[in-house]
Write a protein that binds this ligand. Structure first.
Ligand SMILES: C[S@@+](CC[C@H](N)C(=O)[O-])C[C@H]1O[C@@H](n2cnc3c(N)ncnc32)[C@H](O)[C@@H]1O
Length: 393
């Protein structure tokens, strides 16, 4: 049976999610604000959850219709094929949101949708009481300018929860955003990669997962696995197929460093938990001490912005240091996300490209300083082999 899926995307990253879906082989994509819609089967639900690096969630669209009154919302919801999706004992909490719509009370919409689903199940199952003692089928009702979308969450926990980041540091980047920054850079796994302000190591770990073609969700579970209609072993099969597609970690050269010893330790620990320490060398070092290994590499980094962490003076020095690192390594490309308005001036030149992005609620820019691409024969050249040990520089 074909399902309509909706991969929800952080604002500004719809194109990155679209590119990911295309490279996973999904076609017929419809891109909207904050979401990408496409059709697939049950196996495709598993593959989407397992592989998408930059989407927030994968939702199954149960129905879409227009409603300006509670009656229309009730009838539109009740008419959907609920018994095909929810077993008798399903727990079905309702989330809601409403933007620029006549039905603006979210709690009222949630309660109408709940009553409509119960009414539909009553007719299908011929019973009046539902215990809701079984697995969870979280439903979301969203209204956008009176257009209603009713969807079932197939992910469970958000897709940024890969399972490796158990220890938090100050101002960590969301895993999905870190992956998006790497995909937006021109990094390819045969080029060296560095994050000299690594914090908890999110960017370095996500780069290793991308470089080794490891499915980001390989170590976690998803809500869809317990759906009654999901074919047995569908996720297991997707995970087994994903395992076959891994590339050797030993071919990837990532350097993560931070001035803070605890941050370097966290990065080493997260790399270990993600199973990618063979690809990441972790050192404790200041940005000013950064020394590039190899040529034609990429730095992707998330420095302090002077908002959540770092004093204005420290941040200004740091950005100047980053400009100096770029100058000293002319074959490297440098990619930085920050909300600081004077970043380019402090770095020392205008970015070749920049892009507006949000880090949580903070409006940022992703500044892109593009170095030359490696010449073809140089693409084979590798920097010296590096180990996964935590070293002092
Ligand atoms: C915003 S955090 C990075 C967060 C990281 N992206 C993550 O996901 O956890 C910035 C990091 O820069 C480090 N830092 C600040 N000044 C530095 C310097 N001069 N040299 C190296 N690291 C520095 C801080 O210790 C902090 O871990």
């Amino acid at each position: 049976m074909p399902y309509t899926l909706m991969a929800t995307a952080p604002l500004g990253l719809e194109a990155v999610v679209t590119r990911e879906l295309e490279s996973l082989g999904f076609g017929g994509l419809t891109v909207e604000n904050g979401r990408v819609l496409y059709q697939t089967d049950a196996a495709g639900i598993c593959r989407s959850n397992l592989w998408l690096r930059t989407a927030d969630r994968v939702m199954l669209v149960v129905g879409q219709f227009t409603a300006t009154t509670f009656d229309e919302l009730f009838e539109g919801t009740k008419a959907l094929p609920w018994a095909e999706l929810l077993p008798r004992d399903a727990r079905f909490p309702i989330e809601g949101r409403s933007v620029k719509s006549q039905l603006s009370s979210v709690p009222a919409c949630q309660s109408i949708v709940k009553r409509a689903i119960v009414a539909s199940l009553e007719e299908s199952y011929g019973q009046r009481w539902f215990e809701e003692s079984g697995d969870s089928y979280a439903i979301e009702v969203s209204l956008q300018k009176d257009a209603v979308t009713i969807a079932l969450d197939t992910s469970g926990q958000g897709l940024h929860k890969r399972g490796y980041r158990t220890l938090t540091g100050p101002a960590p980047l969301k895993e999905t955003l870190a992956a998006a920054l790497i995909l937006l850079s021109r990094w390819a796994p045969h080029r060296p990669f560095a994050d000299p302000l690594c914090g908890t190591g999110t960017i370095a770990v996500e780069a290793a997962l991308i470089g080794a073609n490891i499915a980001p969700g390989h170590a976690r579970t998803f809500a869809c696995e317990s759906f009654a209609w999901m074919p047995a072993n569908a996720m297991e099969t997707a995970k087994r197929e994903a395992f076959e597609l891994r590339r050797p970690l030993a071919d990837i050269h990532i350097h993560a460093s931070d001035i803070d010893t605890e941050a370097a330790r966290l990065t080493a620990r997260h790399a270990e938990l993600a199973g990618v320490s063979d690809a990441i060398r972790v050192t404790r070092a200041s940005l000013a001490q950064f020394s590039a290994q190899g040529e034609y590499g990429c730095i992707v980094t998330n420095p302090p912005y002077g908002e959540r962490m770092g004093s204005e003076k420290e941040v200004r020095t740091l950005y100047k240091d980053l400009g100096r690192v770029a100058e000293q390594n002319p074959t490297w490309s440098v990619f930085t996300i920050t909300s600081h308005p004077a970043f380019e001036r402090l770095f020392g030149r205008r970015a070749d490209k920049n892009r507006k992005l949000y880090n949580g609620r903070i409006e940022c820019h992703f500044y892109q300083y593009l170095g030359p691409l490696p010449p073809r024969k140089k693409a084979e050249a590798r920097p010296e082999r590096i180990t996964g040990e935590l070293e002092d520089m």
